[in-house]
Design a protein around this ligand. Structure first.
Ligand SMILES: *Cc1c(COP(=O)(O)O)cnc(C)c1O
Length: 243
């Protein structure tokens, strides 16, 4: 990119960020919450490392990625930034240790099979890894008829939270979810998530994070108690379909 392109991109991202921050602030105001209670994680999947640099310059502290190879390469290239890397994608157990080498937070812990690898990666890095239990909010998920977007069935969440809390090098921080596809109103699903977050806090009272809300539904997520929103397209623009 030329300097001129880069300046235009910076202006575009800065404008979008301002809009998103206003949306978060106004949803917080509606809910009687302080905007300090909500962390903005910008999901940078598909977008180049140069965009992550711009985000850092614009005060973004947390970014999310959903594919191991892409995330690993960006984190390596951008080591000089003080960015917190959130892994938000579905995770293969044979990649878990590698993800734990660069991720600061893994938001997509949805089965105990991942824990050995995550612990091993955290140990090699001599760091504690923040973990969120990803919940499947699809209506059929407890019956095993969910649509496979990832996440543990609600009934399995307490036991999984206990396993994370007991695992070496992992810190249970709370829960994460994506609203069910194709439902008009995400609020009932986010309310179910809030109740599961209460159950997880019974395992560890410091596990207070609730990561919910994307570009289209951040207001509903904030109103139902999200502490973290994961925003991609509203900040960076449209991605190619399927990303
Ligand atoms: C891509 C992605 C987001 C961001 O989605 P937008 O609709 O672009 O804001 C949030 N969470 C997860 C898990 C994602 O994969």
């Amino acid at each position: 990119m030329t300097d001129l392109d880069q300046a235009a991109r910076r202006e575009q991202i800065a404008g979008n960020l301002a809009t998103v921050r206003e949306r978060i602030a106004s949803a917080c105001a509606d809910a009687g919450r302080s905007p300090d209670e909500v962390t903005l994680t910008v999901v940078t999947k598909y977008f180049p490392p140069s965009d992550v640099r711009l985000l850092a310059e614009l005060g973004v502290t947390d970014v999310g990625e959903n594919k191991h190879q892409e995330a690993e390469a960006k984190a390596a290239e951008l080591q000089d930034l003080r960015m917190r890397w959130h892994f938000v994608g579905s995770l293969q157990s044979n990649k878990a240790a590698a993800v734990a080498r660069y991720a600061d937070v893994v938001e997509s812990v949805d089965r105990t099979k991942l824990l050995t690898g995550l612990s091993r990666g955290a140990h090699r890095r001599a760091a504690t890894l923040d973990c969120l239990v990803q919940v499947n909010l699809d209506p059929g998920s407890d019956a095993g008829t969910g649509t496979g977007r990832g996440g543990a069935a609600p009934a399995d969440v307490p036991a999984l939270a206990e396993a994370v809390a007991a695992a070496e090098g992992l810190r249970l921080r709370g829960v994460m979810a994506v609203a069910p596809l194709g439902e008009e109103d995400p609020r009932p699903a986010f309310e179910r998530l809030a109740r599961l977050a209460d159950e997880v806090r019974r395992v560890d009272p410091s596990a207070t994070w609730v990561s919910a809300g994307m570009s289209g539904d951040l207001e509903d997520a904030v109103r139902t108690g999200a502490t973290h929103v994961r925003i991609g397209s509203a900040v960076l623009g449209p991605r190619p379909p399927g990303r």
